[in-house]
Design a protein around this ligand. Structure first.
Ligand code: ATP
Ligand code: MG
Length: 569
């Protein structure tokens, strides 16, 4: 591609509205432009990178035996009413009416459409298993679109759906997608983890999120420092053993604590460790009041409450609800003598507390020398708290550390959630009707491009991994008015293309400094510069990643290029 008439507008200054590096670089290097909030156009360089990722994804999907289809972005409301999601999906679903006032949505995902397709055309176990995928534009009216294409309202997703006759089949289809995702993100040279996640709202069982490690990530990952265990902090179980001290049990005593409401105020003023404190938090679990107890140095994980009760909604109680159920201001609530309406559950660590301190359900009052099972009872001691750094890894190997991650992919065992509500059934070997067992699998293709840049850049610009780079080589002639340089540049341009390389040829009439700055910003893996030594048949080759520069003769050029590419991912 010749750069002179190529739409690749570069910017010197950092755009003020772009907070994160990938967004800044995508604007500065001329990959994208914003059309509306959370809505972007891809310019040629950006589109080429996007297509590279798409092709990696397509290649890995095909190798995993999935079949490509293309479903419509426009989806009729009836399908969403059938699955029960027309209401449940909420304001993120972009809805509109046609000229006959029929309701539609722009697809944020395609479970409904694919389930009807397969339901209508697959009737027998003989056709199954089957995995279908598409690479297509999705629409989600995000509450906070941000970070450029990392969280936008219109984006490209690869979504795949598997259909099996039984659970073992689903496990196999899931594992194939899991492996394909591992290959995709490895080929994109991303430092990522497959993280066990919460299956919450979608009603399935197993689920993994593929997280690119990055400080701008919106999710926190708990991972082991020695094994490959990694989980979303929301879901990570705690397997600590809490040793009970053999201190003598002292007599329960109420004492006055005016102005001491928070854990810090209490521990400081009483000069005790947080481990002695029993923290009580009131939740409303599907309308039922539940008092959750954790140690003062821990935090209640509401996802664990939700799982324990198999509840739909878990919310912190308001002040009014606290007054109603505990008969006391928040800040002084505790587990002793609560009304039977309130169910008390406690984290396992509470069972080992000896002579602890808790709120007395009375303004400005606490109890000391509190001992569980003696002074109060609970429905159950369960794992109720968030894992923290320093905890034992749940797989028993190593210690937990935290990192932030960007979710680029998601694999999910749906089970019969959609096949049952939408009637996708097959006849088994015995002629019996059964619901299909489904899985769904998504990759944010546009988000992946941004995540690659987030992990691969330096202070001069993007440093593309080999397989995602929009072009392999940036060819620059320093002075095109010099006929030796111009001729050699033209010859090399056609030769390199003939040899199968994608070449961006900077044939612009710009100062060398501008060309070099742009080349670093655009960040193609190899730069070839034709300068004063053109008449001797000598050119300069630069490795963008290592910034090493070599002077080579034309004869050595091909081997130098393949040597450099061989060292790159
Ligand atoms: P998030 O928690 O980031 O909102 P999600 O759980 O809503 O993601 P999924 O429904 O699992 O996402 O969609 C599959 C993939 O699509 C995600 O893993 C992510 O890579 C991508 N994706 C989701 N929402 C967006 C968005 N607004 N912009 C860009 N990519 C997105
Ligand atoms: Mg989302």
């Amino acid at each position: 591609m010749r750069q002179n008439h190529f739409l690749s507008p570069t910017l010197r200054d950092v755009p003020s509205d772009a907070e994160v590096t990938s967004h800044q670089l995508m604007l500065r290097a001329g990959l994208i432009r914003q059309t509306a909030s959370g809505v972007y156009s891809f310019l040629p360089l950006g589109l080429r990178a996007l297509k590279k990722v798409e092709n990696i994804v397509r290649d890995e999907m095909d190798q995993a035996g999935a079949q490509e289809v293309l479903m419509p972005a426009i989806q009729p409301a009836e399908l969403w009413q059938e699955s029960g999601r027309w209401q449940a999906y909420g304001p993120e679903l972009m809805r509109f009416n046609d000229r006959h006032n029929r309701e539609f949505a722009l697809g944020p995902t395609h479970e409904e459409v694919i389930t009807t397709l397969v339901r209508d055309d697959v009737k027998s176990y003989k056709k199954l298993p089957m995995t279908l995928y598409q690479i297509q534009t999705k629409f989600r009216d995000e509450r906070r679109p941000r970070f450029g294409v990392l969280r936008s309202r219109e984006f490209i997703m690869k979504d795949a759906y598997s259909f099996d006759t039984n659970q073992a089949g689903l496990d196999e289809s899931y594992d194939k997608m899991y492996d394909a995702y591992t290959n995709v993100f490895t080929r994109c040279d991303l430092d990522f983890r497959a993280v066990v996640a919460d299956s919450g709202a979608m009603g399935g069982k197993d689920t993994h999120e593929f997280m690119v490690l990055s400080s701008i990530g919106e999710d926190t990952i708990a991972y082991s420092d020695t094994s490959n265990y990694a989980a979303n902090v929301e879901i990570a179980p705690v397997i600590a053993n809490y040793e009970k001290s053999n201190e003598e049990l002292l007599e329960l005593e109420k004492f006055s604590t005016p102005e001491l409401k928070t854990i810090d105020e209490l521990t400081e003023s009483l000069a005790i460790s947080k481990e002695k404190l029993i923290k009580a938090v009131l939740f409303i679990v599907d309308e039922k009041p539940v008092l959750a107890l954790v140690r003062g140095d821990h935090d209640v994980n509401d996802v664990k409450i939700k799982h324990y009760y198999e509840a739909k909604v878990v919310e912190l109680a308001s002040r009014e609800q606290t007054l109603e159920f505990m008969n006391c201001e928040p800040g002084f609530i505790g587990p002793i003598k609560v009304t039977p309406v309130v169910e008390v559950i406690a984290d396992k660590a509470i069972e080992a507390v000896v002579n602890g301190i808790c709120g007395a359900n009375e303004k400005d009052m606490h109890f000391k020398n509190v001992n569980p099972n003696r002074d109060f009872s609970v429905k159950a001691f369960i794992d109720l708290r968030f894992i923290i750094e320093g905890d034992l890894s749940p797989d028993g190997q190593g210690t937990i550390r935290f990192a932030e991650g960007i979710e680029v992919g998601h694999v999910f065992k749906l089970g019969t959630r959609y096949s049952e509500s939408m009637g996708a059934q097959f006849l088994d070997e015995n002629g019996k009707t059964q619901p299909m067992i489904m899985g769904c699998y998504g990759i944010g293709v546009t988000r992946t491009v941004a995540a690659v840049i987030e992990q691969h850049h330096d202070d001069k610009g993007i440093v593309w991994p080999k397989e995602v780079a929009p072009f392999d080589i940036h060819l620059i002639a320093v002075n095109l008015k010099d006929s030796d340089q111009k001729d050699l540049a033209e010859t090399l341009y056609s030769q390199l293309k003939k040899n199968g390389y994608d070449v961006l040829f900077d044939d612009r009439n710009e100062r060398p400094g501008v060309k070099f700055t742009d080349a670093d910003l655009i960040g193609l893996p190899i730069r070839i510069t034709i300068g004063k030594k053109a008449n001797e048949g000598i050119v300069e080759v630069k490795n963008r990643k290592t910034t090493e520069v070599f002077e080579v003769t034309i004869d050595q050029l091909t081997s130098t290029i393949s040597d450099i590419l061989a060292t790159l991912k």
